[in-house]
Design a protein around this ligand. Structure first.
Ligand code: CIR
Length: 278
Protein backbone atom coordinates (compact mmCIF):
# COMPACT_ATOMS: atom_id res chain seq x y z
CA UNK A 1 0.00 0.00 0.00
CA UNK A 2 1.32 3.49 -0.82
CA UNK A 3 1.95 5.81 2.12
CA UNK A 4 2.42 9.10 0.26
CA UNK A 5 0.53 10.65 -2.62
CA UNK A 6 2.59 10.70 -5.83
CA UNK A 7 3.32 14.28 -6.92
CA UNK A 8 1.78 13.83 -10.36
CA UNK A 9 -1.54 12.27 -9.29
CA UNK A 10 -3.67 15.23 -10.41
CA UNK A 11 -1.26 16.37 -13.14
CA UNK A 12 -2.55 15.50 -16.56
CA UNK A 13 -1.01 15.69 -20.02
CA UNK A 14 -3.91 14.36 -22.09
CA UNK A 15 -7.66 13.91 -22.04
CA UNK A 16 -10.13 11.78 -23.99
CA UNK A 17 -13.52 13.22 -24.88
CA UNK A 18 -16.26 12.20 -27.32
CA UNK A 19 -18.66 14.01 -29.62
CA UNK A 20 -22.39 14.17 -28.89
CA UNK A 21 -24.58 12.03 -31.18
CA UNK A 22 -28.06 13.22 -32.29
CA UNK A 23 -29.47 10.11 -30.60
CA UNK A 24 -28.63 11.58 -27.17
CA UNK A 25 -31.68 13.86 -27.28
CA UNK A 26 -34.28 11.11 -27.66
CA UNK A 27 -32.65 7.97 -26.32
CA UNK A 28 -30.00 8.77 -23.70
CA UNK A 29 -30.57 6.76 -20.54
CA UNK A 30 -32.30 8.85 -17.85
CA UNK A 31 -33.10 8.45 -14.19
CA UNK A 32 -36.81 7.96 -13.43
CA UNK A 33 -38.75 11.20 -13.48
CA UNK A 34 -36.41 13.14 -15.74
CA UNK A 35 -37.87 14.13 -19.11
CA UNK A 36 -36.73 17.70 -19.78
CA UNK A 37 -35.99 18.03 -23.51
CA UNK A 38 -32.32 18.43 -24.45
CA UNK A 39 -31.39 21.23 -26.85
CA UNK A 40 -28.73 19.46 -28.92
CA UNK A 41 -27.28 22.59 -30.42
CA UNK A 42 -26.86 24.15 -26.97
CA UNK A 43 -25.49 20.87 -25.58
CA UNK A 44 -22.82 20.83 -28.31
CA UNK A 45 -21.95 24.50 -27.79
CA UNK A 46 -21.55 23.94 -24.03
CA UNK A 47 -19.54 20.77 -24.61
CA UNK A 48 -17.28 22.63 -27.07
CA UNK A 49 -16.57 25.17 -24.35
CA UNK A 50 -15.87 22.35 -21.84
CA UNK A 51 -13.39 20.80 -24.30
CA UNK A 52 -11.80 24.21 -24.91
CA UNK A 53 -11.24 24.68 -21.16
CA UNK A 54 -9.69 21.20 -20.90
CA UNK A 55 -7.50 21.86 -23.92
CA UNK A 56 -6.11 24.94 -22.21
CA UNK A 57 -5.49 22.97 -19.03
CA UNK A 58 -4.00 19.71 -20.34
CA UNK A 59 -2.88 20.47 -23.89
CA UNK A 60 -3.55 17.23 -25.76
CA UNK A 61 -7.14 16.14 -26.44
CA UNK A 62 -8.20 12.89 -28.14
CA UNK A 63 -11.70 12.96 -29.56
CA UNK A 64 -13.70 9.78 -30.05
CA UNK A 65 -16.20 10.56 -32.83
CA UNK A 66 -19.86 10.61 -31.79
CA UNK A 67 -21.51 7.25 -32.48
CA UNK A 68 -25.26 7.31 -33.14
CA UNK A 69 -25.56 3.72 -31.88
CA UNK A 70 -24.52 4.89 -28.42
CA UNK A 71 -26.64 7.86 -27.26
CA UNK A 72 -24.59 8.26 -24.04
CA UNK A 73 -21.14 7.99 -25.63
CA UNK A 74 -20.21 11.58 -24.63
CA UNK A 75 -19.97 10.31 -21.04
CA UNK A 76 -16.53 8.80 -21.62
CA UNK A 77 -15.79 8.46 -17.92
CA UNK A 78 -17.98 5.35 -17.65
CA UNK A 79 -16.38 2.79 -20.01
CA UNK A 80 -12.87 3.19 -18.55
CA UNK A 81 -10.93 3.92 -15.35
CA UNK A 82 -7.43 5.29 -15.90
CA UNK A 83 -4.93 5.55 -13.09
CA UNK A 84 -1.23 6.06 -13.76
CA UNK A 85 -0.35 4.11 -16.89
CA UNK A 86 -3.12 1.52 -16.57
CA UNK A 87 -6.55 1.70 -18.19
CA UNK A 88 -9.25 -0.64 -16.94
CA UNK A 89 -11.86 -0.91 -19.69
CA UNK A 90 -15.05 -1.55 -17.73
CA UNK A 91 -18.23 -3.49 -18.44
CA UNK A 92 -20.71 -0.60 -18.22
CA UNK A 93 -23.70 -1.29 -16.02
CA UNK A 94 -26.47 -0.31 -18.46
CA UNK A 95 -27.01 -2.58 -21.44
CA UNK A 96 -27.35 0.30 -23.92
CA UNK A 97 -23.81 1.43 -23.02
CA UNK A 98 -21.91 -1.87 -23.30
CA UNK A 99 -20.69 -1.22 -26.86
CA UNK A 100 -18.96 2.05 -25.90
CA UNK A 101 -15.99 0.01 -24.69
CA UNK A 102 -14.86 -0.84 -28.24
CA UNK A 103 -13.94 2.76 -29.19
CA UNK A 104 -12.59 3.41 -25.71
CA UNK A 105 -10.31 0.37 -25.79
CA UNK A 106 -8.98 1.54 -29.14
CA UNK A 107 -8.35 5.05 -27.77
CA UNK A 108 -6.46 3.97 -24.63
CA UNK A 109 -4.47 1.39 -26.60
CA UNK A 110 -3.38 4.08 -29.10
CA UNK A 111 -2.27 6.24 -26.19
CA UNK A 112 0.06 3.46 -25.04
CA UNK A 113 -1.66 2.69 -21.73
CA UNK A 114 -1.56 -0.83 -20.27
CA UNK A 115 -5.05 -2.06 -21.01
CA UNK A 116 -6.91 -4.41 -18.67
CA UNK A 117 -10.43 -5.54 -19.61
CA UNK A 118 -13.16 -6.25 -17.10
CA UNK A 119 -14.78 -9.65 -17.53
CA UNK A 120 -18.18 -11.14 -16.64
CA UNK A 121 -19.81 -10.97 -14.16
CA UNK A 122 -17.98 -7.72 -13.34
CA UNK A 123 -19.98 -4.53 -13.94
CA UNK A 124 -18.76 -0.99 -13.52
CA UNK A 125 -19.36 2.60 -14.63
CA UNK A 126 -16.33 4.83 -14.11
CA UNK A 127 -18.72 7.39 -12.58
CA UNK A 128 -18.73 5.17 -9.51
CA UNK A 129 -14.97 5.38 -9.04
CA UNK A 130 -13.57 8.13 -6.85
CA UNK A 131 -9.76 8.13 -6.78
CA UNK A 132 -8.44 10.35 -4.01
CA UNK A 133 -4.79 10.04 -4.97
CA UNK A 134 -4.30 7.69 -2.02
CA UNK A 135 -7.12 5.14 -2.39
CA UNK A 136 -10.25 4.28 -4.36
CA UNK A 137 -13.84 4.53 -3.19
CA UNK A 138 -16.14 2.52 -5.44
CA UNK A 139 -19.88 3.14 -5.48
CA UNK A 140 -21.94 0.00 -5.28
CA UNK A 141 -24.77 1.36 -7.38
CA UNK A 142 -27.25 -0.09 -9.85
CA UNK A 143 -24.35 0.11 -12.37
CA UNK A 144 -21.38 -1.27 -10.41
CA UNK A 145 -21.21 -4.59 -8.57
CA UNK A 146 -18.92 -6.26 -6.04
CA UNK A 147 -17.16 -8.25 -8.75
CA UNK A 148 -16.43 -5.01 -10.62
CA UNK A 149 -14.88 -3.64 -7.45
CA UNK A 150 -12.71 -6.78 -7.08
CA UNK A 151 -11.46 -6.48 -10.65
CA UNK A 152 -10.62 -2.81 -10.12
CA UNK A 153 -8.65 -3.74 -6.98
CA UNK A 154 -6.72 -6.33 -9.01
CA UNK A 155 -6.00 -3.82 -11.81
CA UNK A 156 -4.64 -1.18 -9.40
CA UNK A 157 -2.96 -3.22 -6.63
CA UNK A 158 -1.02 -0.27 -5.16
CA UNK A 159 -4.15 1.33 -3.73
CA UNK A 160 -6.73 0.29 -1.13
CA UNK A 161 -10.28 -0.03 -2.47
CA UNK A 162 -13.40 0.54 -0.38
CA UNK A 163 -16.98 -0.10 -1.50
CA UNK A 164 -19.64 2.52 -0.75
CA UNK A 165 -23.35 1.69 -1.07
CA UNK A 166 -25.16 4.11 -3.40
CA UNK A 167 -28.95 4.20 -3.19
CA UNK A 168 -30.92 3.74 -6.42
CA UNK A 169 -32.15 7.34 -6.58
CA UNK A 170 -28.53 8.36 -7.17
CA UNK A 171 -26.87 7.29 -10.43
CA UNK A 172 -23.22 7.08 -9.43
CA UNK A 173 -21.01 7.78 -6.42
CA UNK A 174 -19.56 10.78 -8.22
CA UNK A 175 -23.06 12.08 -8.99
CA UNK A 176 -22.82 13.44 -5.44
CA UNK A 177 -19.11 13.97 -4.72
CA UNK A 178 -15.65 14.41 -6.20
CA UNK A 179 -12.14 15.61 -5.39
CA UNK A 180 -11.88 19.40 -5.14
CA UNK A 181 -8.16 19.57 -4.30
CA UNK A 182 -5.93 16.87 -2.76
CA UNK A 183 -7.40 15.52 0.49
CA UNK A 184 -10.58 17.59 0.09
CA UNK A 185 -13.79 15.98 -1.16
CA UNK A 186 -16.89 17.94 -2.15
CA UNK A 187 -20.11 16.33 -0.93
CA UNK A 188 -23.65 17.06 -2.15
CA UNK A 189 -26.39 18.33 0.09
CA UNK A 190 -28.75 15.35 0.29
CA UNK A 191 -28.85 13.23 3.42
CA UNK A 192 -27.63 10.24 1.38
CA UNK A 193 -24.50 12.13 0.33
CA UNK A 194 -23.79 13.28 3.87
CA UNK A 195 -24.31 9.76 5.21
CA UNK A 196 -21.87 8.32 2.69
CA UNK A 197 -19.25 10.87 3.70
CA UNK A 198 -19.60 10.58 7.40
CA UNK A 199 -20.63 7.00 7.97
CA UNK A 200 -18.80 5.12 5.27
CA UNK A 201 -15.85 7.09 3.98
CA UNK A 202 -14.73 8.32 7.40
CA UNK A 203 -15.24 4.90 8.95
CA UNK A 204 -13.91 2.59 6.23
CA UNK A 205 -11.49 4.82 4.33
CA UNK A 206 -7.76 4.38 4.90
CA UNK A 207 -6.94 8.09 4.97
CA UNK A 208 -8.51 11.23 6.40
CA UNK A 209 -10.15 13.88 4.24
CA UNK A 210 -11.81 17.25 4.67
CA UNK A 211 -15.33 17.45 3.32
CA UNK A 212 -16.69 20.50 1.53
CA UNK A 213 -20.45 20.65 1.72
CA UNK A 214 -22.13 21.71 -1.54
CA UNK A 215 -25.92 22.30 -1.70
CA UNK A 216 -26.70 20.21 -4.83
CA UNK A 217 -25.51 16.64 -5.40
CA UNK A 218 -24.69 17.28 -9.07
CA UNK A 219 -23.16 20.59 -8.00
CA UNK A 220 -20.62 18.69 -5.90
CA UNK A 221 -19.16 17.12 -9.03
CA UNK A 222 -16.11 19.10 -10.10
CA UNK A 223 -12.75 18.48 -11.74
CA UNK A 224 -9.31 19.18 -10.32
CA UNK A 225 -6.95 19.49 -13.28
CA UNK A 226 -3.37 20.74 -13.12
CA UNK A 227 -4.10 23.05 -10.19
CA UNK A 228 -7.42 24.36 -11.53
CA UNK A 229 -10.85 23.56 -10.08
CA UNK A 230 -13.51 23.30 -12.81
CA UNK A 231 -16.96 23.61 -11.23
CA UNK A 232 -20.65 24.04 -12.07
CA UNK A 233 -21.93 27.33 -13.42
CA UNK A 234 -24.60 29.60 -11.96
CA UNK A 235 -27.10 28.01 -14.34
CA UNK A 236 -28.38 25.50 -13.30
CA UNK A 237 -26.85 25.33 -9.79
CA UNK A 238 -26.67 28.89 -8.35
CA UNK A 239 -26.15 27.79 -4.74
CA UNK A 240 -23.39 25.30 -5.52
CA UNK A 241 -21.78 27.86 -7.84
CA UNK A 242 -21.67 30.30 -4.93
CA UNK A 243 -19.83 27.79 -2.72
CA UNK A 244 -17.12 27.36 -5.36
CA UNK A 245 -16.98 31.11 -6.04
CA UNK A 246 -16.07 31.59 -2.38
CA UNK A 247 -13.71 28.61 -2.26
CA UNK A 248 -10.65 29.46 -0.22
CA UNK A 249 -8.98 26.09 0.26
CA UNK A 250 -5.23 25.89 -0.16
CA UNK A 251 -4.04 23.72 -3.06
CA UNK A 252 -5.47 25.27 -6.21
CA UNK A 253 -4.22 28.11 -8.35
CA UNK A 254 -7.26 28.88 -10.52
CA UNK A 255 -10.95 28.07 -10.70
CA UNK A 256 -13.36 28.22 -13.57
CA UNK A 257 -17.11 27.60 -13.86
CA UNK A 258 -18.31 25.60 -16.87
CA UNK A 259 -21.93 25.27 -17.94
CA UNK A 260 -23.08 21.83 -19.11
CA UNK A 261 -26.75 22.34 -18.18
CA UNK A 262 -28.03 20.41 -21.24
CA UNK A 263 -26.00 17.31 -20.34
CA UNK A 264 -27.14 17.55 -16.70
CA UNK A 265 -30.65 16.85 -18.06
CA UNK A 266 -29.52 13.33 -18.98
CA UNK A 267 -27.69 12.90 -15.67
CA UNK A 268 -24.22 13.88 -16.87
CA UNK A 269 -21.77 15.77 -14.66
CA UNK A 270 -18.45 17.54 -15.26
CA UNK A 271 -16.25 14.50 -14.55
CA UNK A 272 -18.35 12.27 -16.86
CA UNK A 273 -17.32 14.07 -20.04
CA UNK A 274 -13.57 13.39 -19.97
CA UNK A 275 -10.96 10.78 -19.15
CA UNK A 276 -7.87 12.46 -17.72
CA UNK A 277 -4.48 10.87 -18.26
CA UNK A 278 -1.21 11.63 -16.42
C1 CIR B 1 -26.36 7.27 -18.12
O1 CIR B 1 -27.39 7.12 -17.47
O2 CIR B 1 -25.55 6.34 -18.25
C2 CIR B 1 -26.08 8.59 -18.76
N1 CIR B 1 -27.30 9.17 -19.21
C3 CIR B 1 -25.40 9.53 -17.80
C4 CIR B 1 -24.04 9.04 -17.42
C5 CIR B 1 -23.31 10.01 -16.59
N2 CIR B 1 -22.01 9.53 -16.29
C6 CIR B 1 -21.39 9.73 -15.15
O3 CIR B 1 -21.95 10.26 -14.20
N3 CIR B 1 -20.15 9.25 -15.02
Amino acid sequence: MIKFMAANVFKYTKAIVSGIPNSLAATAVRMDGSDEPVNLEKARQQHKNYVQVLTELVGEIHIIPADEQFPDCVFVEDPVVVCGDTALVTSPGHKSRGGETVAMKEAVTKLGLNVVEMTEPGRMDGGDVLFTGREFFVGQSARTNEEGLKQLAAAFPSYPVTGVKVIDSCLHLKSMMSMVVPDNISIGGTSQAAAVAKEIMERDGHFKYNFLSVPDDFGANCLFVNGTVVYVSKEPYPKSFEVFEKLSLPGFSEKIAVNISELHKVDGCLTCCSVLIN
